[in-house]
Ligand binder design. Structure first.
Ligand SMILES: *Cc1c(COP(=O)(O)O)cnc(C)c1O
Length: 420
């Protein structure tokens, strides 16, 4: 469910016509809906209502915009961060340090120290080496760190290979069959408090089965750890729930996910944590774009060239991902077209042979389901500058990230004297 609908022939974000945003801000521009973000946050939380006081940490990497984080902080969400920059954002958005989990295989010395100084709630340790480094830094600075050990359960999440994270050959976590010994060794370190297990097997999962398999393995590990005398009070089950990118596509409902989790974890006797990203933000955002021109090509469908490109929305180029594409003021006529951006790469293609609303030069259109892994992956490739972001709330909206012009990016560059 989202709040992007046609009213009086014009696509609106909540009660704001998208034509108005295009006129005011220009295109391309991301539009997020506050009501949709809040709805998704509540649906996910309600789905976990059978559990005892679950901790929900929004995966900041899916949409790190400060205003988006503020909406979720107001909903009682904490944050799952994967860099010092994301940690700074979560704090700036008002998330409590104790509600922040720090994941990631490559946390640097400075990032570990930053987490310690801010007093974050939990470090998800991804290797034995990282655990010892954190312990040493904590001890040097007179701090203690609460930690979970991230395990790699060797489960195929059956998603795109670039967003699968729980197979043996992926870089994430420690192998399940070595987890118990590593946990026990790290638990012996004075300055870190090993309190649980974390798992996250991938993103855009369209089936609950791999998740259930992974969780069952975590349950068995927790039992083994306790049998060996280790203390386990927490388990972090990660994110990963998929969202429909095509109208009518079926995905597991949060309620089904919640019921599965409640069933699998009923004897664990731990506080559970979750790290949803896409399922909260994905369908709460669209990318608004304008058609630059339509270009005939031989006998095939025309190329509809839009002013958004792979630097603004990378998912189609990166993962071959599908985004529904719709006119802002549809005439009712349809066409088949290749939808492409202006960047000088063949990969800058949003869709081939797409059946869509008929569009001509100057028309506005949207790519749907762009609220997660959208603006955050933007680059300035082809010297295009960084895309703007807006947040709608009822009949008002605000620019929540300025467009950064190519000239502003160029201002950070220098030509050394010895070249002049
Ligand atoms: C990316 C990521 C998430 C969020 O994944 P979604 O599929 O967006 O829910 C959660 N936890 C970790 C560790 C991640 O890397």
């Amino acid at each position: 469910m989202d709040h992007f609908r046609i009213k009086n022939g014009v696509l609106h974000a909540e009660d704001v016509p998208m034509t108005r945003i295009a006129e005011d801000i220009g295109t391309p521009v991301y539009i997020y809906s506050r009501a949709t973000l809040e709805r998704h946050a509540r649906v996910f939380r309600d789905a976990l209502s059978e559990l005892d006081n679950p901790h929900i940490a929004f995966a900041v990497k899916s949409n790190p915009n400060l205003a988006v984080l503020k909406v979720l902080a107001n909903e009682g969400y904490g944050a799952d961060v994967v860099s010092g920059g994301e940690l700074t954002r979560a704090l700036k958005a008002g998330m409590k340090p104790d509600d922040i989990v720090f994941s990631g295989v490559g946390k640097t010395h400075d990032e570990l120290l930053q987490g310690l100084r801010e007093g974050i709630g939990q470090f998800n340790i991804e290797s034995e080496e990282e655990g010892y480094e954190l312990a040493a830094i904590a001890s040097r600075h007179g701090k203690r760190a609460a930690c979970a050990l991230r395990v790699n359960p060797d489960v195929d999440a059956r998603t795109h290979e670039k967003i699968s994270t729980g197979k043996r050959e992926n870089k994430f976590g420690v192998p399940l069959d070595r987890a118990a010994e590593i946990y026990a060794r790290l638990a012996a370190e004075d300055s870190i408090d090993m309190r649980g297990i974390a798992v996250h097997i991938g993103s855009q999962l369209s089936s609950l089965e791999p998740l259930e398999t992974a969780f069952a393995k975590v349950g068995a590990l927790i039992a083994d750890l306790r049998a060996a005398g280790c203390t386990v009070t927490h388990a972090d089950l990660g994110g990963g729930l998929g969202v429909p990118y095509k109208a009518g596509e079926k995905m597991p409902a949060p309620a089904e996910y919640g019921a599965m989790v409640a069933r699998v974890t009923k004897d664990w006797n731990v506080r559970l944590a979750f790290e949803p990203g896409r399922v909260i933000a994905g369908n709460a955002g669209v990318l608004l774009t304008r058609v630059v021109r339509s270009k005939r090509s031989g006998n095939g469908p025309p190329f509809v060239v839009v002013d958004a490109a792979m630097n603004d929305l990378a998912r189609p180029a990166m993962y071959g991902a599908w985004h529904d594409f719709e006119a802002v003021e549809p005439s009712g006529e349809r066409m088949t077209a290749h939808i492409v951006g202006p960047i000088c790469e063949t990969g800058d293609t949003f869709a081939m042979d797409r059946e869509c609303d008929a569009l001509v030069a100057g028309d506005l259109a949207i790519f749907r389901t762009a609220g997660a892994y959208g603006a955050t992956m933007a680059s300035s490739y082809n010297s295009r500058g960084f895309v703007a972001e807006t947040l709608v709330d009822g009949d008002r909206y605000a620019v929540v990230a300025d467009r950064i012009a190519a000239s502003a990016i160029m201002d950070a560059e220098r030509v050394p004297d010895w070249l002049t």
